[in-house]
Design a protein. Structure first.
Length: 277
């Protein structure tokens, strides 16, 4: 489940491309019905290039408070990442989890630019579901690389201002800086770390977008995260232009573990925030 930036291949040095940040596979890890006794719908939708993309709407019965659109991290696919929110349908929130092109059952080749485009189409799909099923709240959750990708995609989503909350969990906004940190932290690649500023492009970094956002935004980051260091969460928060923003420093928190540890402390805190919106 973790983003594996620290094991970027040496081919990284031969390409001025961000696509080595993507580590998809097509394995089927688990099924929500078997693993968590959750009901779900498989949904297929089209990319701009008419590639077949896969999503799952994981849901429960009863009154629904809202819909969460979940953009997972760079590795594996939705059949492993859905577990991050397997606890929330019983609390009144359904969630739609997306696989970009090249991940899981989604067609095509994984590319950062394609993932950004696919995220726009996924947001459109999610809004249609929200309107059809009459969910009261619409929350967008970007985890790890998914946070950087959805932040870049959001300005192309016409209903962006209707989002009740954007969550950026364990993420970053600058590809050059995260690549430099990943390379400099490994004794094998340390000497090559300055090349990150030459070979990695920031074309798809969401720095400008973050400054222009006016919607409510929560940034979450563990201060013991060794995959995407804590300072990247602080830097992301500092970029935000909105006055409606919160930063949660997870004491002792590692990568994307906010809902998996801490005896449910942050699950309750997150639900309280959603209820207050």
């Amino acid at each position: 489940m973790l983003i594996i930036f620290k094991t970027l291949p040496l081919l990284f040095f031969l390409s001025a491309c961000t696509n080595y940040f993507l580590l998809p596979d097509r394995l089927h890890y688990s099924d929500p019905r078997n693993e968590s006794q959750l009901d779900y719908e498989d949904i297929y939708f089209a990319s701009k290039e008419n590639l077949k993309l896969h999503a799952q709407l994981i849901k429960d019965k009863g009154e629904r408070k809202g819909l969460i659109v979940f953009f997972h991290g760079n590795a594996q696919n939705l059949s492993s990442h859905y577990l991050n929110f397997s606890w929330i349908p019983k609390e009144g929130y359904d969630y739609l989890i997306i696989d970009w092109r090249g991940y899981g059952r989604s067609w095509g080749e994984a590319k950062v630019e394609g993932a950004i485009s696919d995220s726009v189409e996924a947001l459109k799909l999610a809004w249609e579901i929200k309107e059809k099923r009459k969910y009261k709240k619409f929350i967008v959750y970007g985890q790890s690389l998914g946070g950087a990708i959805v932040a870049k995609a959001l300005p192309a989503f016409k209903m962006m201002e209707k989002i009740n909350l954007l969550v950026l969990d364990s993420t970053f906004y600058d590809y050059k800086k995260i690549a430099f940190d990943a390379l400099s932290s490994n004794f094998i690649t340390f000497l090559f770390s300055p090349l990150a500023y030459v070979l990695v492009t920031n074309e798809f970094s969401p720095k400008t977008e973050l400054k222009n956002f006016q919607i409510p935004i929560l940034v979450v980051h563990g201060n013991a995260d060794q995959t995407i260091p804590f300072k990247h969460g602080k830097r992301t928060f500092a970029q935000l232009g909105t006055s409606k923003k919160w930063f949660w420093e997870i004491e002792g928190g590692k990568h994307i573990d906010i809902f998996m540890r801490y005896d449910g402390k942050y699950r309750k805190k997150f639900l309280d925030l959603l209820d207050s919106l």
